[in-house]
Design a protein around this ligand. Structure first.
Ligand SMILES: Nc1ncnc2c1ncn2[C@@H]1O[C@H](COP(=O)(O)OP(=O)(O)O)[C@@H](O)[C@H]1O
Ligand SMILES: N[C@@H](CCC(=O)OP(=O)(O)O)C(=O)O
Length: 425
């Protein structure tokens, strides 16, 4: 449903991402009679989807104290597989201006593979992972050298940070990356982040940098995310399709995600296309971060809050860093299958998961790992950090807290997943 003014209406779909009506506090809870209280697992301050206007969203981008800017391969390179220095210089100028105006800026830059295949003699972007990785190792160096020169003109220092998907999943690595980035920002450096393509494995790989940029926005507690690509805005269908219309404002990305027809990359050097950009916008919106998506040549106006591209309003308050990590970055190692009562309580968003309400455990996990919480039909309800090793759980299943204390001891008289460590999907 697209309004004639290019704003995507969401009035009829005021549903928060967890399925409960926006702003409504769910009442269901679960206790096993031992007084374990049930309080909200999600941020229950009232948030009304639709509160943010397009202007407010854009103003928030312009006023951001900390901002993540993501730029795609096609905005930095030529189809021949070489850097497009003019484009890179123009982008660097826009980002440096924001830095010099006092904001913290993180630049998530793709382009390593696209800048590396030309110098290595390939006519087009290689498709096999090993060759892509070799191209990335050549292209990443070229990219950074060019960024150093470009930002150097403005007296702005840049630093490289290469991250694998695995790094964002491991709490320790995540903390290290967050600390490094925070320190770089304190020192006035613009961190330039890319996926560590040379080390990424085929199985665990972002591939594109769109979702990585939303994770980084959470990591640095950014106030805004700007996604720069080779198309000026989000359209109702891939822009080359006749009749596709430009969308200037999306008040509720979680509600509209199924209504837009998105296609893959349009350039031959990018990855992911609009699918992953919309996913990044959704991750930002449910993390309380306003976002704008437009073409790289609009970087300056977008960062100034001008009416370019597509603005995405936040749809929730920002959660804690821990909850955002559980929701978007953790890598579940197993599954706890909840019975109907526990599933309803988890879904309602106000409960710890007790052993009494769990029917089955699957997978090999350690205390502190992320696990899925599924219903009996196999639907994922939530992700959470489990308090026990997978070998300990079978003896606990179906038992009340009082029984656990009596049979197994005090240390087992706790929820399998405490509500503070549980996030609805
Ligand atoms: N609904 C849509 N609206 C806008 N662009 C779309 C849509 N569906 C597919 N696309 C394509 O997504 C491309 C951008 O994705 P991609 O090539 O991965 O860029 P980047 O390299 O910047 O990440 C655009 O060039 C466009 O052709
Ligand atoms: N990390 C890769 C990103 C690959 C890619 O094409 O990403 P994108 O252009 O953001 O869709 C690189 O630097 O080449």
């Amino acid at each position: 449903m697209t309004g004639g003014d290019g704003q995507l209406g969401a009035e009829s779909r005021l549903q928060a991402e967890d399925g409960s009506a926006a702003g409504e506090e769910s009442a269901a809870g679960v206790t096993d009679g031992t007084g374990i209280a049930s309080v909200s697992v999600d941020d229950d301050r009232r948030f009304t989807v639709g509160d943010w206007t397009a202007e407010e969203t854009r103003r928030a981008v312009a006023a951001a104290k900390t901002i993540v800017v993501k730029v795609g391969s096609s905005s930095l390179t030529q189809p021949s597989g070489h850097l497009d220095v003019d484009k890179l210089d123009a982008l660097s100028g826009a980002v440096a201006s924001v830095r010099l105006a006092g904001a913290n800026v993180v630049l998530v830059s793709s382009g390593a593979i696209a800048a590396g295949f030309g110098p290595l003699g390939f006519a087009s972007r290689p498709t096999d992972v090993a060759t892509q990785q070799a191209c990335a190792s050549v292209g990443q160096g070229l990219l950074m050298a060019q960024y150093e020169t470009a930002f150097g003109r403005y007296g702005v220092r840049v630093g490289q940070l290469l991250i694998t998907a695995g790094d964002t999943m491991q709490p320790q690595q995540y903390r290290n990356a967050r600390r490094t980035m925070a320190t770089m920002l304190e020192l006035g450096v613009v961190p330039i982040v890319n996926e560590n393509d040379a080390l990424a494995s085929n199985e665990i790989r972002f591939g594109d940098n769109d979702r990585l940029s939303a994770l980084i926005a959470n990591m640095v507690r950014a106030d805004a995310l700007v996604l720069l690509t080779d198309v000026d805005a989000l359209y109702t269908a891939p822009p080359k399709e006749p009749g596709s219309r430009k969308i200037t404002f999306v008040p509720n990305v979680t509600a509209m995600i199924d209504e837009i027809r998105v296609g893959g990359t349009g350039s031959g050097v990018g990855t992911g296309g609009m699918v992953t950009k919309l996913e990044a916008a959704r991750m930002a919106a449910v993390s309380g971060i306003p976002a704008v998506m437009t073409c790289a040549s609009n970087a300056g106006p977008a960062l100034m809050g001008d009416n370019v591209g597509t603005a995405f309003a936040p749809v929730k308050h920002r959660g804690s860093a821990k909850r955002l990590w559980i929701k978007f970055a953790s890598h579940p190692q197993g599954t706890l299958v909840a019975d109907a009562g526990a599933a309803a309580a988890v879904r309602a968003g106000r409960a710890s998961l007790l052993a009494a309400g769990v029917l089955e455990t699957r997978g090999d996990f350690s205390a502190g790992d992320a696990v899925w919480i599924d219903d009996e039909a196999g639907n994922h309800l939530a992700r959470g950090l489990v308090a026990y090793d997978s070998e300990e759980v079978p003896d606990m299943l179906g038992r009340t807290t009082a029984q656990l204390r009596r049979l197994l001891g005090d240390e087992y008289a706790h929820p399998l997943v405490h509500r503070d460590n549980l996030v609805l999907v």
